[in-house]
Design a protein around this ligand. Structure first.
Ligand code: NDP
Length: 337
């Protein structure tokens, strides 16, 4: 790859991530869990949650906000509920530790939930729901963030960009997976538009004066807007209640007031719900899903959410990943190589 990008293998990318994380205070278990999530994003060419995030993870270790040696604690407050206290570490290890008991609870109860608290979530959410689909479970996951999005009708940041991820298993194909922020545009995209001096679409946000604007720099100073007006706003609200109130964690406005603004993830919680299709009495669900999806895909131009990533994943093992040279230089520096 020429120009402003360099090709590296996924194995090289993983070694760099592990070296940078351990050099700045992660123990082996945390470094491996974080690197796995970052590398899964790189493998799917979901760059905004790949190596791009590494400097932010390191910044949070350097500032002392995140404990890179956190040892999450798993408890079982009810037969269908698993709770993991992340002990102020990064989310990936806590999620990994909660997964097996969540799968077991979903299989035995039909429905189960994983409440993750005192974690710093900086990643995409599809890895957690896709991992559950690999166990034959349908799953929903959501988390709050820092205040960036005005509630419908308002003009001041209040909600996070609050993503919701969903996965549904298929018998002989990758699962159906979507994972989307409840803001009209992801924060990273607004930042990239600002850096490149490109206007954002109307409806992305308002400036500090509360007036609609297509200037991304003004949106960053003002507030983002939810997607779909009040409908996205209501989804963001639901996520605050589920990943905040229900599990005893901070709301986005509160997480914005805690910890240094070091460019890394805020403290907060995540709720993951798992459902076992085998326990709902719908014996032929797998066949019905396939005929339903086939009919949907008959329409030209229609694709399944997740399909882009799954196609990329099939490629990158061979091709490696194309990392911006400036980012790679920064990461090599952080890794000390
Ligand atoms: P996108 O708008 O890029 O994509 C949203 C979803 O829509 C994806 O699942 C995507 O699938 C799917 N999709 C895209 N185009 C189509 C299409 N034509 N037909 C059907 N489905 C389609 O995501 P966002 O920008 O909203 O979010 C980006 C990421 O940011 C998410 O992974 C989210 O978890 C993460 N995030 C994390 C936060 C945190 O605090 N940890 C906060 C906010 C966001 P595909 O992947 O196949 O393109």
């Amino acid at each position: 790859m020429s120009g402003d990008r360099e090709t590296i293998t996924l194995a090289e990318a993983r070694e760099l991530a592990l070296a940078a994380l351990t050099r700045h205070g992660c123990d082996k278990a945390n470094a491996e869990a974080v690197a796995s999530v970052m590398l899964a994003a790189e493998a799917d060419r979901a760059e905004s949650h790949g190596l791009f995030r590494l400097p932010g993870y390191v910044a949070s270790l350097k500032s002392g906000k995140v404990d890179g040696r956190a040892k999450p604690a798993v408890s079982r407050p009810a037969p269908g509920i698993v709770r993991v206290d992340g002990k102020l570490g990064f989310a990936p290890l806590a999620i990994e530790m909660g997964r097996a008991p969540l799968v077991e609870a979903a299989r035995s109860q039909g429905v189960a939930a994983l409440a993750l608290v005192r974690i710093h979530h900086f990643a995409a959410l599809w890895p957690e729901v896709e991992a559950l689909a690999a166990h034959g479970l349908a799953a929903l996951a959501c988390t709050c963030a820092t205040p960036m999005v005005a509630p419908a009708g308002g003009t001041k940041p209040f909600f996070g960009t609050n993503p919701l991820a969903f996965a549904f298993p298929r018998h002989d194909a990758p699962p159906v997976v979507f994972d989307q922020a409840s803001a009209a545009m992801a924060r990273g995209d607004v930042t990239i538009h600002a850096r490149e001096g490109k206007p954002v679409p109307p409806g992305t946000g308002v400036g500090p004066d509360g007036q609609p604007t297509t200037d991304p720099a003004e949106v960053l100073k003002g507030a983002q807007l939810p997607f779909g007006g009040y409908k996205g706003s209501n989804i963001a609200l639901m996520i605050e209640l589920l990943a905040g109130a229900l599990i005893g964690e901070v709301f986005s406005p509160e997480s914005g007031r805690s910890g240094p603004a070091d460019g890394g993830p805020p403290v907060g919680g995540e709720l993951i719900i798992a459902l076992d299709p085998e326990r709902f009495g719908a014996g032929t669900w797998g066949e019905r899903v396939e005929s339903f999806l086939a009919e949907m895909l008959e329409q030209p131009g229609v694709r399944l959410p997740g399909a882009r990533r799954h196609l990329n994943r099939a490629e990158t093992g061979e091709t490696g990943v194309y990392v911006p040279r400036a980012l790679l230089a920064e990461i090599r520096d952080l890794a000390g190589v």
